[in-house]
Design a protein around this ligand. Sequence first.
Ligand SMILES: [Fe+2]
Length: 445
Amino acid sequence: MTDTVTERADAEGLRGRIATELERTRARTALLTEVVDDGDLMRQHSPLMSPLVWDLAHVGNQEELWLVRDVGGREPVRRDIDDLYDAFKQPRGDRPSLPLLPPGEARAYLATVRDKVFDLLDRVAFDSGPLVADGFAFGMIVQHEQQHDETMLATHQLRSGPAVLQAPPPPEPAVRLAEEVLVPAGPFVMGTDADPWALDNERPAHRVELPAYVIDAAPVTNGAYREFIADGGYDEPRWWSEPGWRHRQQAGLSAPLHWRRDGDGWAYRRFGRWAAVRDDEPVVHVCFHEAQAYARWAGKRLPTEAEWEKAARWDPGTGRSRRYPWGDDEPTSAHANLGQRHLWPAPVGAYPAGASPLGVHQLIGDVWEWTATGFRGYPGFAAFPYREYSEVFFGDQYQVLRGGSFGTDRSACRGTFRNWDYPIRRQIFSGFRCARDATAEQAHR
Ligand SMILES: [Fe+2]
């Protein structure tokens, strides 16, 4: 009897949490698509991006496919538009020429789907199968929409015209950081079995043994990156991998995306406003090849994905892996620069409460961090709920990025969360930190 009462209360609590997350997420989508006019929504601002109105209706279409049709077993709302909003069938470059739903129709479609989802949420039994256990399918849809919100934020960064987004600046530095942190040799648990909304590629939890290594206490800053530029780093093939140098030549790279010379210094365009590049902020809008070239120039290398995760999650006191660097609690505004609360990375040292037990800072939020690792399944990987979620992307054509950016929502960011992209991409909010092998002396300390 008591068990049933508790279970019922748990299910009601979960329903409430899901409803809050769905609404919070939709408010962000609305903000990103209501600050510009209809013409702007239909326009393609970069060949790399969809028109915002495509993302908008695609978010609704995925919600319809997964929740209304699959979980709910209901009749389709708009089967006729499935192909238009199928990311696999429609390459980004082609999306502006498709007969897309105009903004008003797209918004009405999203509202119809959402009504059905709330109706479904009232009735769903969370013990009726793996797709809905712990509300997983709802969590997947929340994360999917938040990921598109971050993509739409990147589109906003690429659009020309007057600035439309506003946010207060991130906090100022509160502590001075060490350059680097030594991570002792030994095993740690990578990935998760326990996080209910973790995606298939974050599973299963598995033991990884690493030798001692040293990792930067913070992401590489604009100031440090400027030294690489000033030292001729972009003109020196020896710092670049072979594909990296080829890309640097073909694309004419000479500085991060959105930078321009400004007298003796640099300026950086952030959502329609030019600002002087600030030396103590993490560098953002660099591709994997640039990150790798910088690391070689600095006498270091990029961390492997496992090194990044151990630095972020491993607690030397207990030997266990935390959900986040600071512990298992959900991120707050004191822990990390997440969720579009600010529109650029925070200066190094701004989030002492978010540091890992070893003293590694700003792993979560600020900038996605390129790692040296290609995107692959963990040992024992099982595709869920479908191969297209992750498995079709496995392989060395994609590099893993970790930690989320200022534009990533907390629902789509954990110590185990894995993002992947092509090594040439830099329209995303990507930066990096460096690592190196520990010296023999450090390793035996
Ligand atoms: Fe999508």
